[in-house]
Design a protein around this ligand. Structure first.
Ligand code: FES
Ligand code: FE2
Length: 377
């Protein structure tokens, strides 16, 4: 983040602390609980937000070299991302053209070819079909038209975006999508951090409930009273919208130390947790010495099930990142367990609305952005 922006925010933070109230919207708002329970709504979200919208499908540091690949199974379309022999990124539907086997799984390095585990049709890292064992059984097959189906892919700031729509020829304009947040992300140096660990969490709750818990600081002093609450200024966060994306800054009590320093030495990052929602489903959390990245998806087709990957990226590998992961999973487990209860409550049909307080307005932005994107305004 630009230093001038940091200084500006720190002044606003001190004003809020001195005033005793956080920045607030004009008025509270409401949202329909059907956003979390309607299967029609879920189908529209899956189509618009997870099939036709670019999503973060991995990190550049996972596949730095030619021949490296990773697969993504949580999006509605199975994705294979590979770095070709020239070092360029390629993304494909991870389905063998012969009879539909998953061509690759997990992540790894392929010398030159992807060979299907079923009958060994082989494709190069540009997706061309280059070998069919006993090919006399496929006489007349147009090999050039039987390569892997390509998907739009682009990488920037260490993040790999893919649009999981076969046949989509639109290039992904990452900076246009991030609507000004790219400069911030760039400044944190995520592109030069290495992927340390990823864990997968499945929950019986709508994917938006998983995300909601990040967009207000109101619950921290209650739900997280025993772990992170003592570190943070009570009910204070700085919210800014960047198009449909969100920047949300939780403030640590240690920010008070900056009052004694000259402004040119002010640094926001060590005294805050900077959360960014890369619309729709990727949450990038910048901590002082590492980044945490959540990618949240609807699981299958049920409106009340979700799955998330939680990853840590950091400059240096260390066993401490596993402990960091354990700690953060302990915190979000409190959020997600509570969220499962909310999902159950909403599915009972006994409550039709929720209320977003004036200092919960980042939630209003998140949900309004989704309604706009799916044409429900
Ligand atoms: S399904 Fe892949 S080679 Fe047969
Ligand atoms: Fe929380």
């Amino acid at each position: 983040m630009k230093h001038s922006t940091q200084v500006n925010l720190i002044h606003q933070i001190f004003d809020a602390i001195d005033r005793g109230t956080p920045p607030m919207a004009e008025r509270f708002t409401r949202n329909d609980t059907s956003a979390y329970t309607s299967s029609e709504r879920a189908a529209r979200e899956r189509d618009v937000l997870f099939r036709h919208h670019p999503i973060v499908a991995g990190f550049s540091s996972q596949i730095p070299n030619p021949g490296d690949y990773l697969t993504e199974d949580l999006a509605p379309v199975p994705i294979l991302i590979a770095r070709n022999t020239a070092g360029e990124l390629r993304a494909f539907v991870n389905i063998c053209r012969h009879r539909g086997a998953k061509l690759a799984s997990g992540c790894g390095h392929t010398a030159k070819l992807f060979s299907c585990p079923y009958h060994a049709w082989s494709y190069d890292t540009d997706g061309r079909l280059v070998a069919i064992p006993d090919d006399y059984g496929f006489e007349g097959l147009d090999r050039a038209a039987s390569g892997l189906v390509a998907l739009p892919v682009s990488e920037k700031y260490g993040l790999i975006f893919v649009t999981p729509t076969p046949g989509d020829n639109n290039a992904i304009d990452i900076d246009a999508m991030l609507a000004g947040l790219g400069e911030d992300i760039d400044s944190y140096g995520i592109a030069s951090m290495a992927h340390q660990e990823t864990r997968v969490v499945r929950r019986r709750m709508n994917w938006k409930l998983m995300s909601d818990t990040f967009w207000e600081a109101y619950h921290i002093k209650v739900l997280h009273a025993q772990n992170v609450a003592p570190l943070f200024v009570k009910n204070l966060a700085m919210f800014d919208a960047f198009g449909r994306n969100t920047r949300y800054i939780g403030v640590r009590k240690s920010i008070e130390k900056l009052r004694d320093l000259p402004q040119e030495k002010w640094d926001l990052v060590p005294h805050t947790t900077i959360l960014m929602n890369l619309f729709p489903n990727t949450i990038l959390v910048m901590q002082s010495d590492h980044a945490e990245i959540y990618r949240i998806f609807p699981a299958g087709t049920h409106v009340g099930e979700s799955v998330a990957t939680i990853s840590i990226l950091a400059p240096e590998p260390s066993p401490k990142w596993s402990r960091t992961m354990d700690l953060l999973l302990g915190v979000v487990d409190q959020d997600f367990t509570l969220g499962e209860g909310i999902q159950h409550n909403f599915e009972s049909g006994a409550q039709r609305k929720v209320i977003y307080g004036r200092y919960e307005n980042a939630l209003e932005h998140f949900h309004r952005s989704i309604r706009e994107a799916i044409g429900e305004v």
